[in-house]
Design a protein around this ligand. Structure first.
Ligand code: ADP
Ligand code: MG
Length: 263
């Protein structure tokens, strides 16, 4: 693959606006409390098929909780969240299937330490998607190749670099054929020299039309790949805009303040 210049802000969004499809992830009036703390405050957010939404905001603003709520790793107190038209089931097999539709890549790579790289990628498809071992292995190898770690397939996670492990985590998410992938600060735990190898994979996924919700502090990625930036502060969506507008003409003082500290 060609190296991608993540610092080039002129590249535009991942897919043309007219290619953006129907609503896929829809949050309506979502409230989440931790005790007295109102962590998500009446969140309305629609992410369309093929869209790449980058979620920005200061630490503690609720970005991770938002991702976890979408994947039902956190319950919500009011409002609704639908994935492709269906509301999130609360438990059981239906929930396992829904979770498989919503891929998740975390800051810490979360690979199974005692499984090989290939096993990490085939386990979900075999258990949840009921694929045969042979089929899961074949697809798993294709995906490992796509993220550039196929030569590591029989190794264990600890034998790989952080950047390689995170690419395996992306392959593992892809192996479930998710409708959307949530990324929660996927490069924050990486040594700086490994950040781009992970962002490159994410940019290429974006270009291929994968629906993505990405919490990140990598402004180069936001500029390069986002169709839309959602800025959160204190549990609220304070501002939404296309990246160019957000980075050059943010309106709210919270967003301006945030940008002044990171740019
Ligand atoms: P961000 O990802 O934007 O840094 P989080 O979603 O992690 O923010 O956290 C939002 C707020 O919720 C913070 O004030 C955080 O301390 C609080 N919080 C997060 N998880 C929990 C939890 N399990 N119990 C209590 N408070 C929590
Ligand atoms: Mg977080």
């Amino acid at each position: 693959a060609e190296p991608i210049d993540l610092s080039d802000p002129t590249q535009g969004p991942s897919i043309a606006p007219d290619q953006i499809g129907e609503p896929l992830v829809v949050l309506t009036g979502v409230d989440k409390y931790f005790g007295d703390l109102h962590v998500l405050q009446h969140i309305d957010l629609t992410v369309h098929k093929g869209e790449v939404v980058v979620v920005l905001g200061p630490s503690g603003s609720g970005k991770s909780t938002l991702c976890r709520a979408i994947n039902r790793l956190e319950t919500i107190q009011s409002g609704t969240i639908t994935i492709d038209g269906s509301e999130l089931p609360s438990e059981g097999k239906a929930l396992a299937n829904l979770r498989a539709d919503v891929g998740m890549v975390f800051q810490s790579f979360n690979l199974f330490a005692h499984k090989t790289i290939l096993e990490n990628v085939t386990l979900g498809p075999i258990k949840v998607r009921k694929k045969s071992t042979a089929e899961a292995k074949q697809r798993g190898m294709e995906l490992l190749k796509r993220v550039g770690v196929d030569s590591q397939a029989s190794k264990y996670p600890a034998q790989l670099s952080g950047g390689q492990q995170q690419r395996v985590a992306i392959a593992r998410a892809l192996a479930m054929d998710p409708k959307v992938i949530l990324f929660d600060e996927p490069t924050s735990a990486l040594d700086p020299e490994m950040v781009n190898e992970v962002l490159d994979v994410m940019v290429s996924l974006a270009k291929q039309g994968m629906t993505m919700i990405v919490v990140t502090h990598e402004m180069g990625f936001a500029r390069k790949a986002a169709n839309r930036v959602v800025f959160m502060a204190d549990g609220q969506i304070v501002e939404e805009a296309d990246p160019e507008t957000f980075f050059t003409a943010a309106k709210s003082h919270r967003a301006k303040d945030f940008l002044s500290k990171i740019l």
